[in-house]
Design a protein around this ligand. Sequence first.
Ligand code: EPU
Length: 421
Amino acid sequence: MKQMIIHGGKPLKGDVWIGGAKNSTVALIPASILSRTMVTLEGVPRISDVDNLMDLLSEMNVQCEFKQTTLKIDPAHIKMSPLPGDKIKSLRASYYFMGALLGRFGKAIVGFPGGDDIGPRPIDQHIKGFEALGATVRNQNEQIIITSPEDGLHGAHIPLAMPSVGATMNIIMASVTARGDTVIENAAKEPEIIDLATFLNNMGAVIRGAGTETIRIQGVPKISAKAPHTIIPDRIEAGTYVALAACVGDGIKIHNIIAEHLDSFLAKVEEMGVVIDTDEDSLFVYPAGDLKMIQVRTEPYPGFATDLQQPITPLLLTAKTGEGVVIDNIYPKRVRHIPELQRMGADLRVEDNIILVHPTAHLHGAHVQADEIRAGAALMIAGLMADGETCIDDADNILRGYDRVEMKLRKLGADVKIVER
Ligand code: EPU
């Protein structure tokens, strides 16, 4: 287990560069097996989810080479193999191998996905999509076995019950090489969906409408990578540094962002009174003055992202008066950070899936646990705000998705280290 040790209370200053989006990367890596030629991904974040996906690829005899932020994936000698077991459980995004294997081989055997404990996360919409394309889906010994009909998958009209990011991506991967046209209605509109569609279209796929609620896929016999693909910047990592800069910053510039991807988040931070200068691909967060309490409700994109409700919570604690409200409509049970923040002296509580936040003048260091990635991000920010030492157990969850976080924080002046326990 990794532990993050922070000595807080120091103002941070300087520049930070955002890495490639975790939630794009974890879809693009499985999607790479749809290519008949070598794939080159640029701007790949150094996070443990990527290491785990590379391990899964090597089990399929897919060669990977990861240098700096460039990942080369060569699926030329890929072997169709079942993907059961611990590696699958280590990250939720391993479910993208269902769509990718189905698209490439017409068959996928994948263990039940694991990932963050943020409440129930069904995959019924993914399954419904595969079945609509003609596949048969069986559960057997904790594995999902998905098989195409003998004449292959066929295009279909697939209305999703909710705009699920995972189901939208998985259906795109499975249908790119299906016979005929597929239409996904009520598709997720997240920027990561557009990134996947761009990546696949540049390989010869025909996907239209990504980023809107109707996505049309015209099946093609096969696709092959021709040029490197640069992954979009991570809007959640960027938002986390914005929150951190507003909490403990003495002027922080955040580089490599797409500001539009952060619109609803920045609107909330600015509503509190934080002053931000936004440029084309960077933003500057001024040291915060007196801040107002606000209400936050998470929604599918372009609404306020669920992945940023935990990182913004420590910022709410710095407001001078009033009662803040955080409601997560995507994952109502995503409250694992609350008891840990309380341990640090935060005045907040959960009532019927509503987080109530009260101004807290001082946080103190404590021994806490990062049960999931964004809870870990909230604790990391709180640790930087707190007087004294904060030890965050299970910091592995932070390293799953935050690119070179120890180095980036130190460069801003933080007293932070990650140790093996
Ligand atoms: N849902 C269903 N059935 C399904 C699929 C989803 O009921 O078949 C529900 C979920 O339970 C949830 C909602 O629909 O209430 C939205 O879930 P979605 O499928 O969009 O989420 P996901 O694909 O499982 C991705 C990200 C999450 C992020 C959500 C929402 C990845 C690997 N994960 O999850 O990221 O919170 O979209 O934007 O891309 C994170 O990075 O911290 C994280 C958890």
